[in-house]
Design a protein around this ligand. Structure first.
Ligand code: DP6
Length: 344
């Protein structure tokens, strides 16, 4: 049985309605400008800090969820290979949805990406956003986009933001029910992102483990949490005013503070390689020369340059010359998660 899932758009809030046992969803990675690093509550996966991101359009994850009475356990594959590494998080999300729908069946989960996974390119953000939407679609659970974002957040904090397109905020919530919400659409301020891939190796320490380690051992962790709200508000205002210079400063600052926390953990978490640092200097030099571009780096060695579209060729050319840059991806800002007719 196959039915498609429909998004009914009410202002700024796609609503998911449908009936099915199988669905496909696509989501794109998002890049945090004000970073999430640290959890207030591990069990419910509540971030310790607010964060703010941009959703990409040219990298994607497509995930098909198909419930099957013949299965005795969930069967998860990523890019054509059985994948046990994320299976407890996948099953936890499926369990939440199964309980809500009153369904006891296991599911085939088949996911594919058009970019390397687990290397600091936000594959868990797009992966868990797509998984949440496809599961909800397959089980015909009536849910709005904000609730879908909370569901994705429990699996992976950054996935909550990939539910929405364009500029997305995930503020603190006093009741602990943290969800992302759209701030500005992709077309309202069409920035361009150039991603310099400096290694295809999976990162040595995943984000969840890294965050726990930083909270337990970094002397800078408390200061990081204390200052995050201020950075969040500065970035939010800069986006609303389309103030590129301020957004550039606060984004680089948030990124470097997060890496200072990582590096001051004990033993230290050093996600960068030599090319990462060379890319950072290249982008800083461009900005000193008046080119509107800034960098950000997540829990991995890849560097993301954010710039105005008219400067994208120049930024691309400069990063291409950096030794150790293996590949460049260029992306506009894109939409949030959506249901697809096929995996193709
Ligand atoms: C460095 O969302 O992967 O990319 O909630 O434990 O799954 P979990 O963490 P995750 O962390 C992302 C960390 C980051 C910064 C960010 O995206 O805000």
């Amino acid at each position: 049985m196959f039915h498609t899932l429909r998004f009914e758009t009410i202002p700024n809030e796609p609503r998911l309605t449908h009936v099915t046992m199988e669905a496909i969803a696509q989501a794109q990675p998002n890049i945090a400008l004000v970073k999430y690093w640290g959890k207030r509550e591990v069990d419910r996966n509540i971030p310790a800090v607010p964060s703010l991101s941009i959703t990409l359009d040219s990298l994607w994850t497509r995930t098909k969820v198909a419930f099957d009475p013949k299965l005795r356990a969930d069967d998860v594959s990523v890019n054509g290979r059985r994948d046990a590494s994320q299976s407890s998080r996948v099953t936890a999300l499926l369990d939440t949805c199964r309980r809500r729908a009153g369904v006891g069946l296991h599911a085939h989960v088949d996911s594919k990406t058009n970019f390397p996974i687990g290397a600091g390119l936000a594959s868990s953000a797009s992966g868990f956003a797509a998984l949440a939407a496809a599961t909800v679609g397959a089980l015909a659970i009536e849910i709005d986009a904000v609730e879908l974002s909370a569901l994705a957040r429990r699996a992976s904090g950054s996935a909550a933001r990939s539910v929405f397109g364009g500029f997305v905020e995930m503020p603190d919530a006093l009741n602990g029910n943290v969800t992302a919400q759209p701030l500005l659409s992709a077309t309202d301020w069409p920035l361009r992102v150039i991603i310099a891939l400096t290694s295809e190796q999976p990162k040595p320490t995943g984000s969840s483990d890294g965050m726990r380690h930083s909270a337990e051992t970094s002397d800078y962790y408390a200061a990081w949490v204390d200052s995050a709200g201020r950075d969040f508000m500065t970035a939010r205002d800069a986006i609303m005013e389309r103030n590129f210079a301020t957004l550039a400063e606060v984004s680089e600052h948030s990124c470097l503070k997060m890496h200072a926390v990582m590096m001051s953990s004990n033993p230290p978490l050093v996600y960068w390689n030599g090319a990462t640092i060379d890319c950072i200097h290249t982008i800083r030099r461009l900005r000193n020369d008046g080119i509107p571009a800034f960098f950000t780096v997540d829990a991995g060695p890849q560097v993301k340059a954010v710039c105005l579209p008219e400067c994208a060729d120049m930024v691309h050319a400069a990063l291409q010359k950096v030794n150790g840059v293996r590949q460049l991806y260029t992306s506009n800002l894109g939409p949030g998660v959506r249901i697809m007719e096929s995996m193709q």
